[in-house]
Design a protein around this ligand. Sequence first.
Ligand SMILES: Nc1ncnc2c1ncn2[C@@H]1O[C@H](COP(=O)(O)OP(=O)(O)OP(=O)(O)O)[C@@H](O)[C@H]1O
Length: 121
Amino acid sequence: MTTPTASKKRKSEGGSTSKRPAKQPRQTLDSFFSPLVLAPASSSNDDDRKMVSLNAEQNAILRQVVDEGKNVFFTGSAGTGKSLLLRAIIKALKKKHAKTPDAVSVTASTGMAASNIGGMI
Ligand SMILES: Nc1ncnc2c1ncn2[C@@H]1O[C@H](COP(=O)(O)OP(=O)(O)OP(=O)(O)O)[C@@H](O)[C@H]1O
């Protein structure tokens, strides 16, 4: 399947360099501040583990939370996959507690942080 990005590249490869690129859709604040997080990954029916596989470290943390019920604090440098892991944990917990949806609540310290993990603002 051709992505919008791929088709844009093809156009610019063959065309004159003086032409302006086609008008891009406006960025949301969320995508502006988190440009590496793809829109499908933060939509309500996302499945991060389908789009990218968690690495061993991320998987170990997910298992501790979801399977062992542990309280964890995970941190890391920018872009190391904390948000992606958190979305995967939230999704796995919601799946595990599907019969009691109120069992899973997600909070964040700012609206931007909530938006990044699929929360409401
Ligand atoms: N296991 C993985 N495999 C492939 N890509 C990954 C993996 N984990 C994270 N990524 C990708 O790395 C990028 C950064 O991930 P993410 O936004 O979760 O990092 P972060 O630690 O929350 O960053 P920040 O601290 O800047 O908010 C994203 O594009 C994400 O899809």
